[in-house]
Ligand binder design. Structure first.
Ligand code: HEM
Length: 410
């Protein structure tokens, strides 16, 4: 990567096309992030198509500061490059993750109850039972595709429990979710994604009247009947927040779970440590989250002129925070490119930071912990059995196919 020192904004600009999914292979095999952190921690990126361009922030401390600064860096225009560069997010101000305070604070407070330990207990039970069965079936078959057979199933079960999706509809929900966040790139795949997003919203619109009439304990009922700061959510807000939970919680957790299996196979000594020591389960979950960092970046829009390091960012500019880079910052993490399941402290930014910190974080952690517990309990040898495939996206990173061979544990 070369920087152009004569950029139009008083500092270097780079022609690195972060928006192009093709430049996001396995981030750990790409020197760009290391170079940006060292030489251009706050850098202007031009997309080369006459578009607005954007700022990229790559050091942990700067990223954490921007995450906290919701007063000067807002989310309502969108929180990912894909939408920010194409006119903004139409769900801005209605869907939690792209809503700014004070409405964000009120809706978030209302939703917190649905993610409390008490509300989550039945979800955790279902996740545990399902994971035990899925890992058992994988072992019995001697292996399979870890993504399709295990990692893809667990988050969907959790989300369908949270939203009380009837069991008969769950397979269709998985298909729609994968298509909605699916591969970027061709016009066809973008159209298919838009169609799937629409189908998901229509599906929840169909559930809404029944939940209003006879509310249950699920999140659809909560969103449909409770008030946020004295104001009932509109139908659009209810549906978009259901969508937020599905999209926020499904593929992300799947990518972390699959990435966990891959990391354990690539680091067999860490797999052996985990098998030997149950006490490593909690730090292993955190290291899996840091190591896999499924959400590559989040985006914000500056609402006023701000200074970050020696760069002046004008109001209206798009600012992107690269989690994949923050989680490898040597100023914060010792030997950041080493997968170490006993790493402590481990304050990764995988689940974001500040007011928009991932609402489903505790659930993601439970899903990962239960999966690691079941792998320890049931699996002996775990090894690769074919080529790994990675997803193509500038927003998410991880594996979409992971053939494994495994044997029963002792
Ligand atoms: C927010 C990542 C799992 C629901 C976020 C944010 C990140 C993130 C980075 C902050 C976005 C921003 O600041 O703009 C992840 C990752 C996960 C995961 C990597 C799995 C490993 C989940 C799960 C759910 C969920 C399981 C729900 C079932 C949400 C919601 C928000 C959010 C509703 C918006 C919070 C707010 O704006 O206040 N997530 N997430 N996420 N996540 Fe997650």
């Amino acid at each position: 990567m070369t920087a152009d020192p004569t950029g139009p904004v008083g500092g270097p600009t780079i022609p690195f096309h972060m928006i192009d999914p093709a430049v996001h292979p396995d981030p750990d095999t790409c020197d760009t992030w290391r170079e940006l952190r060292e030489k251009h921690p706050v850098v202007r990126c031009e997309t080369g198509d006459g578009g607005p361009g954007f700022w990229a922030v790559t050091r942990y401390r700067d990223i954490a500061a921007v995450y906290r600064d919701t007063a000067r860096l807002g989310s309502e225009q969108g929180n990912m490059l894909g939408t920010l560069l194409t006119g903004g997010d139409s769900a801005g101000g209605q869907m939690l993750v792209v809503t700014d305070p004070p409405r964000h604070t009120a809706v978030r407070r209302m939703l917190m109850g649905a993610f409390s330990a008490r509300a989550m207990a039945p979800v955790v039970d279902s996740v545990r039972i399902a994971t035990r069965g899925l890992v058992g079936a994988l072992v019995e078959a001697g292996g399979g595709d870890f993504v399709a057979d295990v990692a893809a199933q667990i988050p969907l079960i959790a989300i369908c429990e949270l939203l009380d999706v009837p069991p008969a509809d769950r397979a269709a929900m998985l298909e729609m979710t994968m298509a909605a966040l699916g591969a970027e790139g061709s016009r066809e795949s973008r159209e298919e994604a838009a169609r799937a997003q629409h189908e998901i919203l229509l599906y929840y619109a169909g559930l809404l009247p029944g939940r209003r009439k006879a509310p249950g304990e699920d999140i659809v009922s909560l969103l449909a009947t409770e008030e946020a700061d004295g104001v009932r959510l509109s139908d659009a807000e209810v549906l978009l927040n259901c969508y937020n939970i599905i999209i926020g919680g499904d593929e992300t957790t799947r990518l972390s779970s699959a990435g966990a299996a891959l990391a354990l196979m690539e680091n067999p000594e860490q797999w052996e440590r985990l098998r030997q020591d149950e006490g490593l389960l909690d730090p292993a979950v955190e290291e899996v989250l840091r190591w896999t960092t499924p959400v590559t970046h989040v985006g914000r829009t500056a609402t006023v002129d701000i200074e970050l390091r020696d760069r002046r960012i004008t109001a209206g500019s798009i600012v992107t925070l690269w989690n994949i880079s923050a989680n490898r910052d040597a100023e914060i993490f010792e030997e950041p490119y080493r997968f170490d399941i006993s790493r402590s402290p481990n304050r990764h930014l995988t689940l974001g930071h500040g007011p928009h910190f991932c609402l489903g974080g505790p659930l993601a952690r439970v899903e990962l912990r239960v999966m690691l517990e079941e792998l320890r309990r049931q699996v002996g040898e775990l090894e690769p059995a074919g080529p790994v495939e990675r997803i193509t996206s500038s927003f998410l990173t991880g594996v979409s196919r992971l053939p494994v061979r495994c044997s029963a544990g002792a």
